[in-house]
Write a protein of this length. Structure first.
Ligand code: NI
Length: 169
């Protein structure tokens, strides 16, 4: 296993649209392992392959307090979504920014698991939010895209300022 580098907004590579996976083989399982290691080390609750500059449709997450319930979705598709809810979100690719985003309250997601087996999952609450957030990454979208232009400008300024300070120290 290896920890991978996480791309940070506004890196243009985060805008790449991921390709579907033709076969869940050894290289994909190895990618999934590396993504879990990277996500746990960050630490974060979810990660999309796009964020580690691999443009394939793979997302991983673990919402458990003990970090012992890894969930992986390969070629995820939302087949049903209903309701609306607002949640404060953050993202490993947009450090230290937390903003409220509106998403579907419940989703049904169809995907392949790590063994290439088809799974269907009904999700609500944080799991539903996390699935939608990670699937957005696969399309090159970020949660900050949902903010008003004014708020997006503030986010960009805050990130640039933090980067300048980091460079001075
Ligand atoms: Ni994210």
């Amino acid at each position: 296993m290896a920890k991978l580098e996480i791309l940070h907004y506004p890196d243009k590579r985060l805008r790449t649209v991921a390709e579907p996976i033709a076969a869940v083989d050894h290289s994909i399982r190895s990618l999934v392992d590396d993504m879990f290691e990277t996500m746990y080390a960050a630490p974060g609750i979810g990660l999309a392959a796009t964020q580690v500059n691999v443009h394939k449709r793979v997302i991983v997450m673990d919402l458990s307090a003990e970090k012992n319930e890894p969930q992986c979705f390969i070629n995820p598709e939302i087949t049903k979504s209903e309701g609306l809810e607002q949640t404060e979100e953050g993202c490993l690719s947009v450090p230290d920014i937390f903003e409220t985003v509106e998403r579907a309250e419940r989703v049904v997601v169809k995907a392949l698991d790590k063994d290439g087996k088809e799974i269907t999952l009904e999700a609500d609450g944080l799991l539903a939010v996390c699935i939608q957030h990670e699937m957005d990454h696969l399309l090159g979208n970020l949660f900050v895209d949902y903010l008003s232009p004014l708020k997006q400008m503030r986010v960009k300024k805050k990130i640039q300022k933090a980067r300048r300070q980091a460079a001075i120290i």
